[in-house]
Design a binder for this molecule. Structure first.
Ligand SMILES: Cc1cc2nc3c(=O)[nH]c(=O)nc-3n(C[C@H](O)[C@H](O)[C@H](O)COP(=O)(O)O)c2cc1C
Length: 373
């Protein structure tokens, strides 16, 4: 008997396997997305802060590559709608941040500056219009709760809506908005913590996947997707046992051939483990899990303030770009989850999907012997 792992989520999204690749800025372009979807999972395009014309082009490119369902990801954080007013940030705060950043600039051969970072463009509503206009099969949302009206508009166009939460209360709220499926993001997850208001400290909204998933399953009626620290077939079976109907993986897909992440990032994932990750706001202004590097360590130790969401990212952009050009991750945000230690190869994305299903079948086949013990 072959176990197919066909869950209610597969029927909902029209996919073969309940394996989802998360939308990831700078990582998840059309090639990665199409490859995952072609393999029977669901690939999700990174749409955050992508200008509308470019986003439309990316969606159309995925459609050229595959006729399978795929998703488009946006973040709806409260600090993005509208973005922070850079002009209103006190001068001494900007100076304190830039003074610390100048220490990194000097090492990277970049001229020092004390100027204000650029304004953050307000692109969220335009991106939503593109998703509606293109009738993307799935709209994936992080860091925010869509209102009921926009969810209904999606449904009227045949678009399924997926929202990611890090707390049980937020799961209740997105369910009340009528989303089709809820992603329960445990604290092991790479990337930003999926809350819509920045928490008071890095230690908040950090319930682990194992504890969060069944709690979310208990309060919502729609299929739940487990996320955070999952990277193989064992994770899929464990998530299903907790009541989830599928898994969403980010870090695992960063380390694939089709991922657009720079090589040094992929190499770091192969060489380091979950202990090397930290939840920090120094890269973007919001809390996110990333690999520890010189930038995150020295920034945190300096006690320098952190600017609002995306303004912080803009302030350090020249430093991240220089780090990228020099081929080193020392000053570059390398988002990664605690599952980093489970990654030992750089396969194609389709192979990741296939391996997860193959491993999960082996785990299920082996369980009766182990339970009998
Ligand atoms: C490199 C990277 C970039 C990410 N970017 C996004 C993003 O743009 N939007 C989003 O909703 N989630 C993003 N996430 C978070 C994922 O949605 C998800 O919660 C996480 O990857 C799951 O944990 P894992 O990394 O351990 O698999 C990102 C994660 C990573 C690792």
């Amino acid at each position: 008997m072959t176990v197919t792992f066909r869950t209610s989520l597969c029927d909902l999204l029209g996919i073969e396997y309940p394996v989802i690749q998360s939308g990831m800025g700078g990582v998840a372009g059309p090639d990665l997305v199409a490859e995952v979807s072609r393999a029977g999972g669901l690939g999700i395009l990174a749409g955050v802060q992508v200008p509308p014309e470019d986003l439309r082009g990316m969606i159309r490119r995925v459609r050229e590559l595959t006729d399978r369902p795929f998703g488009v990801n946006l973040l709806l954080h409260s600090e993005m709608r509208p973005p922070a007013d850079v002009a209103a940030i006190p001068e001494d705060r900007i100076r304190a941040v830039q003074t610390l950043l100048n220490r990194f600039r000097e090492r990277l051969g970049i001229p020092p500056t004390l100027t204000r970072p650029p304004a953050v463009p307000d692109l969220v509503d335009a991106a939503i219009q593109v998703i509606l206009g293109e009738r993307a099969p799935v709209w994936s949302i992080g860091l925010g709760n869509p209102d009921g009206a926009i969810v209904r508009e999606c449904h009227a166009r045949g678009i399924k809506v997926m929202a990611m939460v890090a707390t049980v209360e937020d799961a209740r709220q997105v369910a009340a908005s009528g989303v089709d499926t809820v992603v329960a993001q445990g604290s092991e997850a790479g990337g930003h913590r999926s809350t819509w208001v920045k928490r008071a400290s890095a230690g908040r909204a950090l319930v682990g996947t194992m504890a969060l998933v069944p709690q979310v399953v208990d309060v919502v009626r729609v299929p739940v997707i487990a996320a955070g620290g999952l990277a193989d077939g064992r994770g899929l079976v464990a998530a299903l046992a907790l009541g989830a109907s599928g898994i969403l993986l980010g870090t695992r897909f960063v380390a694939t051939r089709e991922s657009a992440a720079p090589e040094f990032w992929k190499k770091n994932l192969l060489e380091r483990d979950g202990e090397d990750t930290t939840v920090t706001d120094v890269f973007s202004g919001l809390y996110a899990r990333a690999l520890r590097n010189t930038f995150s360590q020295e920034y945190a130790a300096s006690g320098a303030p952190v600017l609002p969401w995306l303004v912080q990212r803009g302030a350090a952009n020249d430093i991240h770009v220089a780090s990228l050009k020099q081929g080193t991750g020392d000053y570059y945000p390398m988002w990664a989850g605690q599952g980093t230690g489970l990654i030992h190869d750089l396969p194609g994305a389709a192979e990741v999907v296939e391996a997860i299903i193959r491993e999960a079948r082996a785990v299920v086949a082996d369980l009766p012997q182990r339970v009998a013990l």
